[in-house]
Structure formats: C-alpha cells, structure tokens
Design a protein. Sequence first.
Length: 202
Amino acid sequence: MAKRHACERVDIGFVDRAPYRFVSTVDLAITPEQLFEVLADETSWPHWASVITKVTWTSPEPRGVGTTRTVDMRGGITGDEEFLAWEPFTRMAFRFNESTTSAIAAFAEDYRVVPTANGCHLTWIMAMKPNGLAGRFGLFAGRPVMGFVFQRPESHCVHHQEGVHSFNYSDLPVWDMLFGTFRNPRRFEARARPPTDHLIDR
C-alpha cells in the first residue's frame, strides 16, 4: 500500500474560506433526486470524472456525515475521504483525511443542488490548500494563467498525442497540476489521434 500523507481535518466552512477555490455551476435537465442518485453511486464517478478510476465505500450504510470512502485516481493517487455534509437531494460535501500525494495540505469538495422549473441547478466547489511552497509552485509556476482553469486545446491534444495517451486526464487542470500529470504547452505540433471510446457500433 502506498504511503499516506495526513491532510488537515477541515470543517465544512473550509469550502468557503480556502485559499484556492474553484467554482463551477450548471443547469441540468434532471431532478435533484436523479442527480443525487448519480452522486451517491460509487460506480458512476469514473464515467463523468475522468481523473477518477475507482470509488470504494469504507463505512457501512446508511450514508451520512462521517461516512468514509476511498477514491483512486489516475497517476496512482489515492484519497481517503470523509463526508462533512449529506443532505439528500440538496447537498453533499467531503474532505481528504489522507492522500498518497504530499502536495495537498487540505482538500474538500462541495456539491449544492437547487431545484428549478426544468430540473436542477448544481454548484460544485473544489477547495484546497497546497502543502507549502512546493505545493503552490506546482499549481502556478511557469504556467499560462488561463490554462489553470480551462483545459486549452493544446493541452487536450497532449492527452491524445499519438503513441502517448497520457497526461492532462482531467477536464479541470488543477487535478493534473496537483498530481504531476499536467502539461500546458504554448503550442502543439505533434500528431494526435481522436478518442474512439465514445464510438458505438449501432
């Protein structure tokens, strides 16, 4: 088993006061109940969060505050999580208690769901505190600013470079920055192959 590094046991307020926060919102044409069903299903996460390879619950049902799980990610990174909020159809939030990367001092995510006339509105917050100078350097040193928040076409091409299919796994670059798989070239001049895993023989 890979060595675990302890993370700060932050409370739910950390998602609003963390030194680095990434907020994304989206309107979805599904009900809050349907969305929460997806979020609560451990098998669904690798399908919509490409950086995640496996989610394993490590505490028994029923789920709630204090529930724990382990999340395995690309690059051999693992995080042991504990839920800080579990409000069915409304909110779930969790923090890292331990991680196999030493770059993170504290980490939490928050999913807030509000019903709308056509479905629901999701606000997703990722909050983090890098571990010392090295962690901050991994986030920001020498990278074009916009490449931190939005995956640029040049960066996405790196992932699909012919004969490589590595790096830049996540749609949110900060994950790759933390886990050492981020590449953000100013230009891309190699050959790239389009992904084929979405092509289905009908």
